[in-house]
Design a protein around this ligand. Sequence first.
Ligand SMILES: Nc1ncnc2c1ncn2[C@@H]1O[C@H](COP(=O)(O)OP(=O)(O)OP(=O)(O)O)[C@@H](O)[C@H]1O
Ligand SMILES: [Mg+2]
Length: 270
Amino acid sequence: MESHPHIFEIKDISFSYPVGKTVLENFSFHLHYGQKAGLIGHNGSGKTTLLHLLMGLLTPTAGSIRILGEKMESEKDFKKMRPKLGFVFQNADDQLFSPTVLEDVAFGPLNLGKSPKEAKEIALQTLESLDLKGFEKRISYKLSGGEKKLVSIATVLAMDPEVLLLDEPTTGLDMDTREHIIQILNNLDKSFLIVSHEYDFLARTTRDFFGMQKGKIMYYGDSSALHTHTHIHPLGKTPHRHNGIAAQEHPNDGHDHAHEGHVHTHEDDQ
Ligand SMILES: Nc1ncnc2c1ncn2[C@@H]1O[C@H](COP(=O)(O)OP(=O)(O)OP(=O)(O)O)[C@@H](O)[C@H]1O
Ligand SMILES: [Mg+2]
């Protein structure tokens, strides 16, 4: 039994960027030990800001943050905590800063006190586990978008953190790679909070989800309720009905809409 029931415990925090409106106001949230949760919400609703506050990359103007039972009050507190938190940035360019992939992935283990030889071994194993064998000498900034995202995930997994905070980890990944990430996450005995707009991905990797709207958690539920159907739509742009529910005219591109209480995607075929 863990001595700290909550991995994250946020109470009444407020935050605004120096320029712009308030992003979070009297915001409270907790993730309990062992919880695997998704965080969904419209663009600009404050999801990335929340993760940055949890990592101590931003400081709230009011309220308190506890992580693994410890009160986080200064950069010193976060510095001690960060190795236990594996954070994948929304933008991989914020994550990768070393010349080569090997140096990027070995950085975390080295920082945790592993010897250069051990850190290299961990990095190579982690790369292999993500089907990135042979990438070690590649130049990080020259990787493709999806490759950068995968290497970002590798940098975090190599640290074997207690909890994962993943900000849109599947952006730019092809279907097979995404499937591989799902298998990896499902085989991890860790807690995580994943921000994603891909409901089917969340349904397969998490048990609960939080829905954020305008800087507040507005809903909470069981992730199995989140799902997406992707199919070629025979009616395309023609207005039509779904199960008796009138559907609006469909645009050419894939879009989400709800029917029968769930969210649904059509890839229209025109
Ligand atoms: N560095 C910044 N300076 C000023 N405003 C910012 C900054 N970063 C984000 N914002 C604003 O804060 C709000 C919340 O942004 P945030 O990035 O947390 O949203 P998000 O929910 O992660 O969105 P998305 O789904 O698009 O990633 C938005 O209105 C955004 O424009
Ligand atoms: Mg974001």
